[in-house]
Design a protein around this ligand. Sequence first.
Ligand code: SF4
Length: 62
Amino acid sequence: MKAVVDQDTCSGCELCVETCPEVFEMQNDTAVAKVDIVPPEAEETCREAVDDCPVEAITIEE
Ligand code: SF4
């Protein structure tokens, strides 16, 4: 499973970084996925971050 943040859509609210720091980090004013593959133990919180993103900027590739 991979997570991708659309850099044009992300508003930089940092919610995903708070929810799932194993996968997301801030880089300048937007969030990025810092891992290529989401670790299995972080999949649940990663999906939570996707659901909670206010601008739906995160997509998951299975
Ligand atoms: S939750 Fe969405 S808008 Fe907020 S930082 Fe993460 S990707 Fe960007």
